[in-house]
Design a protein around this ligand. Structure first.
Ligand code: 13P
Length: 225
């Protein structure tokens, strides 16, 4: 999983209208440009229909927003780890608060991704769920209090203890799992606070995806890294 260097900045495009169709590629190009000029690896999670196109066009790590614990074959509408790998993506988010999974399915999907050399980023909401996820040995855990997602106050200001407690809970279970944080992260100051709290980076969405000038926001986000 050499593809995702830390400090990690992962931009989840979600399903915002700002990234429908060709607009996703434009945002991906902005992420690439700021990544190249800053030297900070910015990774992206485009909408599923654009995954393959963007992974082949853009030379920064591309992750799927979700993957299912399904095997290739008769699995209509599900996304297998094999499909994600074949698209050119390097990994996947799992269990996002907008796409929760059963623990057994997270475990199976993480295992399957590992066998395909795909990076796994399991989303959680508290220190307790982060500890549970750590026992599955994903590459990353991204702790995000759902009530702060899409808002204007960063988790690093509103609930810094969630980040630091998740970091120590995960370290106690499996110190090789890196912890990211997200929810309301929009500025370089938020990112540096995340690092101070022990996070290995951030997972964010609306601050970049909905920005009038995403490049300006991205430059600000990576400025202290
Ligand atoms: O859910 C998130 C990233 O996956 C966080 O979203 P916001 O950055 O919009 O709060």
């Amino acid at each position: 999983m050499s593809e995702l260097k830390t400090p990690a900045v992962i931009v989840n495009f979600k399903a915002y209208s700002e990234v429908e169709g060709g607009k996703a590629l434009k945002l991906a190009e902005s992420c690439l440009e700021v990544s190249e000029e800053s030297g900070i690896k910015i990774s992206i999670c485009p909408p599923m229909p654009e995954l393959s196109l963007i992974a082949s066009a853009i030379s920064i790590p591309v992750l799927s927003q979700h993957v299912d614990a399904k095997k290739p074959g008769s699995a209509t509408g599900w996304v297998t780890p094999q499909m994600v790998a074949a698209s050119g993506a390097v990994g996947s988010l799992l269990n996002h608060s907008e796409h929760r999974m059963m623990l057994a399915d997270i475990a199976a999907a993480v295992e399957s991704c590992r066998s395909l050399d795909l990076v796994t980023v399991v989303c959680t909401d508290t220190a307790v769920t982060s500890a549970a996820a750590a026992s599955l040995s994903p590459d990353f855990i991204a702790v995000e209090p759902p009530e702060l997602i899409g808002g204007d106050v960063s988790v690093t200001d509103a609930r810094p203890e969630v980040v630091s407690e998740a970091v120590s809970a995960v370290r106690n279970i499996n110190s090789s799992v890196k912890v990211l944080c997200g929810a309301g992260v929009k500025t370089g100051k938020d990112v540096s606070k995340a690092i101070e709290l022990g996070a290995a980076g951030v997972l964010l969405a609306s601050g970049v995806v909905k920005a009038a000038n995403p490049k300006e926001i991205l430059r600000d986000l990576v400025q202290y890294l």
